[in-house]
Design a protein around this ligand. Sequence first.
Ligand SMILES: [Zn+2]
Length: 128
Amino acid sequence: MNLLVKFLRLRCPRCGGAPIFLDTNPYHLKNLTKMPDKCPKCQLSYKVEMGFYWGAMYVSYMLNALFFLMMAAVYVVTCWGHLIDWAHYFIMIASPIFIIISPYTLRLSRWLWLWFDYEFFIKRKKGL
Ligand SMILES: [Zn+2]
């Protein structure tokens, strides 16, 4: 499975065979961060160590900053000449979008953090 597809569908970073969250809908907020202990297909551990997913906060910040820059670029291109006048519209549209996508970006950031650990630490430790 393609890495981008694994990322967007939140599948196991190693095999892509199973979702990394117990509830695949990120908008069931009660189960937002619940993950199995390991991948049911390839046994990759999702419980790396205590507090492992704290590092995903930095990734989440990066993802949101990237998304903000993309939205700002669209705003600048489409509203050139009225940037100051229409700034409040940009804020009124961008703010709810950030709130609506935040459960999904939280999960994406956890996936990226897990993939980073797998790709740069677990794989190299095992010499894969
Ligand atoms: Zn797997």
